[in-house]
Design a protein around this ligand. Sequence first.
Ligand code: 13P
Length: 252
Amino acid sequence: MRRKIVAGNWKMNTTPAEGAELAKAVAAGKKEICDCVNFIVCPPYTHLSEVVRITRGTGVAVGAQDCATEEKGAFTGEVSARMIASLGVEYVILGHSERRQYYGETSETLNRKMRQAYANGLTPIYCVGEKLEEREDGRHFDVVKAQLEEVIYHLTPEQFERLIVAYEPVWAIGTGKTATADQAQEMHAHIRRTLAAKFGATAEQTPILYGGSCKPSNAGELFAKEDVDGGLIGGAALEADSFLQIGKAFLK
Ligand code: 13P
């Protein structure tokens, strides 16, 4: 049985005070939901310490949205994996399409970030996904395969065992357009096959999350698919109720 995971990527939203309220509401609501669903919240760096404190012992885990490529030193504005891990944060999102697109992150950058994440005990949530024109040209499977081969294939088998992957078609992020459940399943199966080609049967255990306008109204249909193991949620994770509803979609 693969883990079922609902992760909230808050992106650059909420003040620390608003984030604390949101974390409290998620932690309170989580109590009503079976431990079979793993909840992760990923607030901005400035909120991490407080959100870790609020969620401790509640079954809600905390992730960061990024980390630095380097271990430490003269890198103004960067936050290292070690700093993040030392707060009690367990996860880190890496390779989000917004980082690739707006901050020029490449596979080379991401290999370095992955090394830092693993060296400091963080579990990466590695994002892949094609742009609209790549899907329209029929290149979506190749694009996602390359994003996996260029980064994930460099992991050791032990590192791979801890990995979480998120498929986020860029055209579905924040647009209200969702991949259909069949489109998601087709890509998730492709991702699992690509991972299995390198890591064998271990890939059967890798949680593969769907992201891109996932909300309470479509989560049930998406999560019912064999290779969809949960969601990486943007907008709908900014309201505790809708985020919790998405988690409950597993239980229907
Ligand atoms: P939305 O759910 O707002 O489309 O964002 C998805 C996402 O990018 C999560 O990382």
